[in-house]
Design a protein around this ligand. Structure first.
Ligand code: NAP
Length: 314
């Protein structure tokens, strides 16, 4: 097979993409993994993972590096290669798409796995964009260290928010959670930790504005029940208010998405476009590493089946 020709191109090297690479190559598919941002995806940002079977407690980056080493036993992972376009190809036996990366590398491929993950949702308030990286952060494990002994607000009430708050507290950050409702969405086990560690919570409140000249200085919070607005001095704001899928390539390919932008798949990870599969956080659902790896494995095996005998040809 020519050098730039592959049975399967995996776009994104998070948990789903790396697992898929292992299954794809073992099944006999010539596979390449392209990753624009750096291996690991969102899983790599978790300070501590306690629910991936076989690892009662492991740092997120440590776990994805194990995935990476394992995947590299089978295939190359091309980092710094953002896929900038992907389009259908006709009349070349076994080739259904042509992809181009950010270094103008070209790939002719039989099947595409979109394991492009998701990115942090923005608060969408005044001052956020200007002070991003100057006090506003979306990754506690990446930036928490810079806020030791400083006052920060952690926005959100899901699993990420609670885990991040616990992590920040543990490394000596003066953290307060701000949540828009009066109960958390995150798991009871994390709620218990937050309570036990005495992390203060401001309930029923949202961020109205983030203020600061060169660096973040204060935030305005609005109580959604009373309408009252209060100003709080702070050095940092960590937003952990969920994710939005990286669905640009999916949309370009014509994949159906749901109302939140997640790529729709069937139980075998097929999208509505023949030879295009999706796995991991870009598909929404239960966003867990164990699910992403499982979906990645299923996607690779389905691509393998379809490349031999497409089920839609029956
Ligand atoms: P999430 O579960 O969607 O929670 C987002 C939180 O942010 C919710 O509490 C939500 O409030 C709040 N929120 C959303 N938009 C907001 C806004 N504009 N302003 C203020 N607050 C806002 O997101 P996540 O915590 O990032 O988790 C993403 C997925 O990964 C979930 O499926 C989660 O279970 C999973 N995850 C699992 C683990 C684990 O099991 N260990 C760890 C991390 C993440 P409401 O509650 O009012 O909607």
């Amino acid at each position: 097979m020519p050098e730039n020709r592959f049975d399967l191109v995996i776009i994104g090297a998070g948990a789903a993409g790396l697992a898929s690479a292992i299954y794809g190559v073992r099944a006999g598919l010539k596979t390449v993994v392209l990753e624009g941002r750096g291996v690991g995806g969102q899983a790599g940002e978790a300070a501590e993972i306690e629910n991936y079977p076989g690892f009662p407690r492991i740092n997120g980056m440590e776990l994805v590096m194990k995935f990476r080493e394992h995947a590299e036993e089978y295939t190359r992972i091309l980092e710094g290669k953002d896929v900038v376009s992907i389009e259908p190809v006709e009349r070349i036996e076994g080739v259904h798409f042509r992809a181009r990366d950010s270094d103008d590398g070209k790939y002719l491929v039989g099947a595409v796995l979109l394991s492009t993950g998701a990115k942090h949702r923005r608060l969408g308030v005044k001052g956020e964009a200007e002070l991003s990286g100057k006090g506003v952060s979306y990754c506690a494990t990446c930036d928490g260290f810079f806020f030791k002994d400083k006052k920060v607000f952690l926005i959100g009430g899901g699993n990420t928010a609670l885990m991040d708050a616990v992590y920040l507290k543990e490394i000596g950050v003066d953290v307060t959670i701000v949540h828009r409702r009066n109960e958390f969405r995150g798991a009871k086990v994390y709620q218990k930790k937050v309570r036990e560690m005495g992390i203060p919570v401001i309930w029923d409140s949202v961020v109205k504005e983030i203020k600061g000249e060169r660096l973040l200085e204060s935030i305005l919070l609005k109580n959604v029940r009373t309408g009252e607005i209060t100003e709080h001095q702070a050095s940092g704001v960590f937003a952990a208010i969920g994710v939005v899928p990286n669905n640009k390539l999916a949309l370009e390919l014509g994949c159906e998405i749901d109302k939140h932008g997640f790529v729709k798949t069937d139980r075998k990870q097929r999208t509505n476009i023949p030879y295009v599969y999706a796995a991991g956080d870009v598909t929404g659902g239960l966003q867990q590493i164990v699910v992403a790896t499982g979906e990645g494995a299923v996607a690779a095996m389905t691509a393998f089946e379809d490349l031999i005998h497409p089920y839609w040809a029956e």
